[in-house]
Every structure is written in structure tokens, then in C-alpha cells.
Design a binder for this molecule. Structure first.
Ligand SMILES: [Zn+2]
Length: 71
């Protein structure tokens, strides 16, 4: 089902690399999740700039998970 598929695309975890709806001004659209909690901190893979977003906002702005972190 499409709905289920959309949901699974939004599953993310610590150290996953995600794509956001808007790319970073540096031109990169790959972000690593470096902190999970009430707030989520992501770091740009291009310039190492990091931003903290409330979980709700992050979920809204995140497009998809590009690379799942393997244990
Ligand atoms: Zn950047």
C-alpha cells in the first residue's frame, strides 16, 4: 500500500544519512543524523555544518533516508 510505503520512507535512526526537502546552501543534500531525542541534530556531509531541529519539524522537512546506518 502506498500509505505504508510513505511511512517506511520516513523511518530514520541515528547515523542514517538523509535527504532534506531543501538542500543546504553549500549545495549538498546529504545530512547525517548525529543526535536523536526530542530534538534531532543533523550534520551536513558537505560542509560539516550542523543544525538542531525539533523532531516534528525534522520529520516534516526530511525527504527520505538515503543510507541506513548498519550496526
Ligand atoms: Zn553544507
Amino acid at each position: 500500500m502506498m500509505e505504508g510505503f510513505e511511512m517506511s520512507k520516513k523511518e530514520f535512526d541515528l547515523y542514517d544519512i538523509v535527504e532534506m526537502k531543501k538542500q543546504h546552501p553549500c549545495g549538498t543534500n546529504r545530512w547525517r543524523i548525529i543526535r536523536m531525542g526530542m530534538d534531532i541534530r543533523i550534520k551536513c556531509e558537505g560542509c560539516e555544518h550542523s543544525v538542531m531541529l525539533p523532531r516534528k519539524e525534522f520529520t516534516r522537512k526530511m525527504k527520505k533516508v538515503l543510507v541506513k546506518h548498519e550496526e
